[in-house]
Structures are given as C-alpha cells and as structure tokens.
Design a protein around this ligand. Structure first.
Ligand SMILES: NC(=O)c1ccc[n+]([C@@H]2O[C@H](COP(=O)([O-])OP(=O)(O)OC[C@H]3O[C@@H](n4cnc5c(N)ncnc54)[C@H](OP(=O)(O)O)[C@@H]3O)[C@@H](O)[C@H]2O)c1
Length: 268
C-alpha cells in the first residue's frame, strides 16, 4: 500500500508538533506547516501562513507536486487575542478570525477537491472548549472556535457522500507555547475600565493552561481519528473536570452554567 500523506498546520509547536511526530511514527508522510516551520521527528517542515491566500496556495501546490495527494488534513494552526470586547480593535478581532477560522477554510478548500476525486480523506479541525462556551475576556477566540464548530457541522453533510470525514477536536487546557504566544488587545491596559477583572481572570486562565495536559494527549486523539479508530463527529479532550464542563454546558440551565464558569474565573 502506498504511503499516505498528512498535512498538519501549526506543526512547529505544541499540539501540532506532537501530532505531526505521532503521525510520522505511524507511517504517514507528514508536512508540519507554519509561518516559521521547524524540522521535527520524522516530518517535513513547510512554510505556510494560514492567513495568507498565496502562502497557502504555494504550500499546497508543493505538497501535491511532491507527494501527489493529501489524505489527512489537521487544521490546528491557531493563536489567541485576549481583552475585553470594548478594548479590542476591529483589526485585532479580524486577525483572530482570519487565522483560527478562515485559515482552516483557506486550507480545506484547496485540499477538498483531491479528497472528493479520490472519494476518501479526513479533516480534523482543532477547536476548543472555547468553541462550546464563551470564555471571558477571550471573546474573539471563542467566536473563532464557535465559527469552526458550525462550519464543520455543515461541511460534514456536504462531503460525507464522497467518503470524507470531518471531525472536531475540542481540547481543554493543554500545556503548550499557546499561553506565551497569546497577545493582549492593545487597549487592554491598566487604563481600561475592565483592567482589574481582566487581570484576575487571565491569571487564572494562564495558571490552568500551564498545568494542562501535555500536547501528546491531544495528538493521540487526533491520530485515532485520522486512522479511523475514532468515528464520532467531535471529541472533547483534556482533564476530567474540563470534559465535565462540556457535559454541564449541555445539561444545566444556561444561567447556572454561566455562574459556575464566572466564579471559576474570579468573576463571581
Ligand atoms: N493550548 C491550549 O490550552 C489549547 C486549548 C484548546 C485549543 N487549542 C488549540 O490548539 C491549536 C494549537 O495550539 P497549541 O496549544 O499547540 O499552541 P502553540 O504551541 O502556540 O502552537 C500554535 C501553532 O500555530 C502556528 N501558527 C500560528 N499562527 C499561524 C499562522 N498565521 N499560520 C500558520 N501557522 C500559525 C504556530 O507556528 P508559527 O508561529 O511558526 O506560525 C504554532 O505552530 C490552536 O488552534 C489552539 O486554539 C489550544
């Protein structure tokens, strides 16, 4: 059987790097793509800015020329902007959506035609618990992941007849470089009306992320999906209390759930 090819966006760090290494160890030819790609264990670095049409077009063309097809796509590249809604500029909000949501679309729309013609393929979209409920002071991050959730649900109907699976992965806190790379909205400074609540909330967010599960825990789930062992439409993963929060969101009255999350982030 010929070797299958996987493209993992955001492959230079964290969940993407762990996933690229794991898929390579399982026999895939793997491209780990990002703006500043790094050579990793057994996978090929590829330059790609998911927010840039031309960059994505060039990178996909390179893979297709070298490998012939893309059998698995892991839409994992992402970044975070934190700050109160009022403190976030149009540009900061648009960039968040452009990378986390439009970036996944930008890559998928070039990968889908080949999968459709071969009548097989799998796309894993890395969302977040923040795609299931709004995270305080990370509203545009949550919005980008909510967008990814709805987009994925719709896409699944369209491509199922062509043998293509599209699956959501919703991690809770994972210990990666994400915490350090998160930027604050420029106006989220000490003069903001929200400064005290923002600082209190984000200190808890960062503490929780640092003690989150290792990226390999999420990579294992992604590999099971890619290999067809996990067949569901979405997988919430991470610590037990965080997986529980996804269940609580579904079953508790909205006001009660909001109070629990608010007190957890010191916003009682
Ligand atoms: N860490 C968590 O607690 C957590 C929880 C839930 C969901 N997630 C999601 O998991 C995914 C991976 O995050 P991570 O935790 O592994 O963070 P990370 O270690 O910061 O990795 C982010 C990756 O995305 C790449 N990236 C950022 N902007 C990009 C762009 N414009 N084009 C291409 N690549 C870009 C980065 O590489 P370059 O800088 O080289 O471009 C890096 O490889 C994200 O979608 C994130 O939202 C993370």
């Amino acid at each position: 059987m010929s070797q299958k090819t996987a493209l993992v966006t955001g492959g230079s760090s964290g969940i993407g790097a762990a996933c690229a290494a794991m898929l390579a160890a399982r026999g895939f030819k793997v491209y780990g793509a990002s703006r500043n790609p790094k050579s990793g264990a057994g996978y090929l670095p590829l330059t790609m800015d998911v927010a840039d049409d031309q960059s994505v077009e060039q990178a996909i063309a390179q893979i297709l020329k070298e490998a012939g097809s893309i059998d698995a796509l892991v839409n994992n590249a992402g970044c975070g902007v934190a700050g109160a809604v009022e403190d976030t500029s149009m540009q900061e909000a648009a960039h968040q959506m452009e990378v986390n949501f439009m970036g996944a679309f930008r890559v998928a729309r070039l990968v889908l035609p080949g999968m459709r013609q071969r009548r097989s393929g799998v796309i894993v979209n890395v969302s977040s618990l923040g795609g299931l409920f709004g995270l305080p002071f990370q509203s545009f991050y949550s919005a980008s992941k909510f967008a990814m959730e709805g987009w994925t649900e719709s896409l699944r109907y369209e491509v199922k007849p062509y043998g293509i699976r599209v699956v959501l992965v919703e991690p809770g806190d994972v210990s990666t470089g994400f915490t350090g790379s998160r930027v604050q909205a420029r106006a989220a400074d000490p003069t903001s009306a929200y400064a005290a609540a923002f600082a209190k909330c984000m200190a808890i967010v960062e503490k929780e992320e640092k003690k989150g599960v290792p990226p390999e825990a999420i990579a294992r789930v992604i590999c099971r999906i890619v290999e067809g062992a996990a067949k569901g439409p979405r997988y919430t993963c991470g610590g037990a209390s965080q997986r529980l929060s996804a269940v609580l969101k579904r079953i508790l009255p909205g006001g009660l759930f909001e109070s629990i999350i608010g007190s957890f982030y010191g916003l009682g």
